[in-house]
Design a protein around this ligand. Structure first.
Ligand code: TV1
Ligand code: CA
Ligand code: ZN
Length: 366
């Protein structure tokens, strides 16, 4: 259609579970799932839902998690509630062995707790994993060219334990689903952190190429993802890492992103692409130090969309929540080819007061 900037329309589907607005990591935690509800509300107010098919909200079944996670860990997630964690000492020890609950004590006695015992934990995990699985199935079916789940992208979760705010690795599950239909899958990760959980899951595979761009400095989590980390065995040179210094801006980022991703597309020739769109690589993030603008971040989506391979777009990190919602809304517009039509002025909608600090502009400047 001529109304699309590159002249080719994509059939886009979109997953959103309104239950996400009730998920709470705790008052002082950096991860705020409400940012996904904010992004959705913005997507709806811009009228973008009229250009996508809404995927039916079906959470994953616990058995579906076993395609990656081990039984003991899935059982634990099913049993773990805040009340049981307090009353049951065995359960508490088991949870902490699996990375959930307060394990790190700071000198002043305060606790930082990356992976707290969330109320409704299993429901949350099944919802965001179900979204990524539904999105992957939509691409496998061939009816859609792009599939979106902003509540997914939890790239640190391991087979048997929670890690870095992530409990279940929906990305690994979705890629395994895609491999049922597509021979080769390229995974690109623009979250400010290294996509270690996904890399590790496919480190020995030559069917999946993982490519992470991330801030890489002493004391920056998780500390892996050096340039020498390239995969192993049959998967050697099928893991790629682009460590970056804090302060990297749009220009520097794309001097690397485009040639590296372009080369990966050319050499690996994937049949499907998964892009983890972690928005903590935006300037002004509360946790990370990269300096991408919304336009620079979305340029990654635009660039990968241009190759016309089935594309799965997932969320991830992002800790300045108004920036995150602006970014994922703009990227939804890019997915449907409406980025030239979307007004920069944020429309009146239930969350509009969150955008005051950015002058109610979608493409905020810092
Ligand atoms: C509660 C309250 C949790 C305050 C966590 C920052 C907090 C952090 C908090 C925090 C924080 C991390 C580590 C060190 C592991 C620990 C979704 C050995 C002020 C995808 C996950 C970062 C990023 C985890 C997730 C990291 C994602 N940084 N205050 N925790 N240890 N954990 O460093 O990639 O974005 O910081
Ligand atoms: Ca990354
Ligand atoms: Zn991150």
């Amino acid at each position: 259609s001529p109304s699309c900037p590159d002249g080719r329309k994509r059939r886009v589907c979109y997953y959103y579970d309104p239950g996400i607005c009730n998920v709470d990591y705790g008052e002082r935690h950096f991860m705020v799932p409400r940012r996904v509800a904010m992004a959705h509300s913005l997507v709806a107010s811009y009228g973008l839902l009229n250009h996508m098919t809404r995927l039916r909200t079906r959470p994953a079944r616990p058995e579906e998690l076993l395609a990656f996670h081990d039984q003991k860990y899935v059982d634990l997630l099913g049993r773990l509630t805040p009340a049981a964690y307090i009353s049951d000492g065995d359960l508490r020890r088991t949870a902490e062995e699996h990375g959930i609950g307060p394990v790190r004590r700071l000198v002043d006695g305060a606790c930082t707790n990356d992976n707290p015992v969330i109320d409704g934990l299993m429901g949350y995990c099944l919802s965001y994993a179900g979204g990524s699985l539904a999105a992957a199935r939509a691409l496998c079916g061939g009816d859609h060219d792009v599939a979106i789940n902003w509540s997914g992208g939890m790239h640190h979760a391991c087979r048997g334990h929670a890690n870095g705010f992530c409990y279940v690795n929906d990305i690994v599950l979705a890629i395994k689903q895609l491999l049922g239909r597509f021979r080769r899958v390229l995974y690109v990760d623009i979250d400010a952190h290294h996509g270690d959980g996904v890399e590790k899951a496919f480190a020995g595979s030559n069917q999946v190429m993982t490519l992470s761009f991330h801030q890489y400095q002493t004391d920056f989590f998780p500390g892996t993802g050096s340039i020498d980390d390239v995969g192993e065995g049959a998967g050697r040179y099928h893991a790629l890492n682009v460590p970056l210094k804090a302060g990297m801006d749009d220009q520097g980022y794309h001097e690397l992103f485009k040639p590296i991703v372009g080369k990966a597309m050319q050499v690996f020739q994937p049949d499907a692409v998964v892009l983890q769109c972690g928005a903590d690589s935006l300037s002004g993030d509360r946790l990370a130090g990269l300096e991408l603008s919304v336009g620079g971040h979305a340029e990654c989506v635009r660039y990968l969309r241009g190759f016309n391979a089935p594309l799965l777009l997932l969320g991830g990190g992002g800790y300045t929540i108004n920036h995150v919602a602006s970014c994922w809304c703009y990227e939804t517009a890019v997915a449907v080819g409406k980025e030239d039509e979307i007004a920069d002025e944020i429309p009146h909608h239930p969350y509009d007061h969150y955008y005051r600090s950015q002058g109610y502009k979608l493409q905020y400047r810092t």
